[in-house]
Design a protein around this ligand. Structure first.
Ligand SMILES: *Cc1c(COP(=O)(O)O)cnc(C)c1O
Length: 411
């Protein structure tokens, strides 16, 4: 039995009525772009304000003890947060959304739903912070993890034990842009009937515009909303979207009990950002395809990793599983570390910074920056060598981006 949310049942009832109203406002077959802009929101009932207000409050006045409007204390519920949770759920085709103060807090919430002794099968190429969280924190609390190359389904099946409760998938991976077949992973989890292995997909790199894991059989989708969903490099956040009532209950309990909630202002920024997600992603992808071709044809570039290139070993899987190849590109420059350092100093528009998914283009060196905490041998085994560079292609004018990168490569 999952733990119950420790707020009065009136709260839950009031909230599900509101959710129903919101759902009914949108035509059931509303397309993605329409859902981006409208899902989960109605004009403010008090003033008619078209934008959901920032409910910057910690508590709510009650008409008498226990008599309230469904809102009691803001760790438990906040209307701005509720709106963005409904919006993100609608984008992933989920019935429930639970938001957190960061992507890592969202990951922690999923892990906190497990019990000591439970086992997780995890992709060997996950985001470094995910590996650190599992290895340095949750392992101490008795969870066990096996890291496998999820491009090999047989290896995944072999890693499953009778204690396995979760399969943790991240696709495309970072920074090697490998793809994992989500449907194949869900099929393997389903072979172990009765064991209830939940499949989680970290969909941060693809966004629901390009990839919808729930429709491919996943049970939960996780986002660092810091990246494309926020999209403007000005907010840290995380979310879990699911259509499982059971997982929703457990996650909502942890959200309130452990308290890693997003602030009202951050919820508002995210809600505002998703309104343009479809337009931004379209331009991100268009620009990235052009940049990937430029790199693939440049004499100073040894190799390009981008699922949109026909040379990518999983190009066919990309076409089957995604609506487009995304806007993250990794490549190896000839001349190793020295050339890589010079390139990162030479670009003017591409800013040398960690993170990704904002409107501005970024360039970084995984071995020195984002992936420095991974031991050198393991880095090299994954393909992260000293000449490897990762770019997050923004939505600036494509000619300006090409000129900047070309000039820096030629320098
Ligand atoms: C950034 C990132 C995270 C962690 O999210 P934060 O918001 O930084 O806590 C998790 N997964 C992926 C793929 C990421 O890129």
């Amino acid at each position: 039995m999952p733990p119950r949310i420790d707020t009065p049942t009136t709260t839950t009832e009031a909230r599900s009525v509101t959710l129903l109203e919101h759902t009914m406002k949108l035509p059931e077959n509303a397309a993605f772009a329409t859902r981006c802009i409208h899902a989960g929101q109605v004009p403010d009932p008090t003033t008619g304000a078209i934008m959901t207000p920032i409910y910057q409050t910690s508590t709510y006045v009650q008409d008498g003890p226990g008599v309230h409007k469904g809102y009691v204390y803001a760790r438990g519920h906040n209307p701005t947060r509720d709106a963005v949770q409904r919006n993100l759920a609608a984008l992933e085709g989920a019935t429930h959304g639970v938001c957190f103060s960061s992507g890592c807090a969202a990951e922690s919430a999923i892990a906190m739903c497990l019990e000591a002794g439970d086992h997780v099968v995890c992709s060997d190429d996950v985001y470094g912070g995910t590996f650190r969280l599992f290895d340095k924190i949750f392992r101490r609390f008795g969870l066990t993890f096996t890291y496998v190359d999820m491009t090999k389904p047989a290896a995944v099946r072999d890693a499953i034990t009778d204690k396995t409760k979760l399969m943790w998938v991240e696709t495309p991976t970072n920074p090697m842009l490998k793809l994992i077949d989500i449907r194949a992973m869900a099929d393997i989890a389903n072979e172990f009937v009765g064991q209830g292995i939940a499949v989680v997909v970290d969909n941060t790199f693809a966004t629901p515009y390009l990839q919808q894991p729930l429709s491919l059989g996943a049970d939960m989708v996780l986002h660092s909303t810091t990246k494309y969903l926020g999209g403007h490099s000005d907010v840290i956040g995380g979310a879990v979207l699911t259509s499982s009532d059971d997982w929703h209950k457990r996650l909502a309990f942890v959200q309130n009990a452990a308290g890693g909630v997003p602030a009202p202002m951050d919820s508002f920024l995210l809600l505002r950002s998703t309104k343009t997600l479809h337009v931004r992603m379209q331009r991100h992808v268009e620009n990235a395809i052009t940049i990937a071709n430029l790199l693939a044809n440049h004499p100073s570039v040894e190799k390009v990793y981008y699922p949109g290139l026909e040379s990518h070993p999983q190009h066919e899987l990309m076409k089957r599983q995604m609506r487009g190849p995304g806007a993250m590109i990794s490549f190896v420059v000839k001349g190793g570390l020295d050339k890589a350092r010079r390139l990162l100093k030479a670009t003017k528009l591409f800013a040398c910074a960690e993170s990704l998914g904002g409107v501005e283009s970024l360039i970084e060196h995984p071995a020195i920056m984002t992936h420095a905490s991974i031991p050198k041998e393991q880095r090299e085994a994954l393909g992260i060598d000293d000449g490897l560079i990762r770019v997050s292609v923004g939505i600036e004018d494509i000619d300006d981006l090409c000129n900047d990168l070309r000039a820096a490569l030629d320098a």
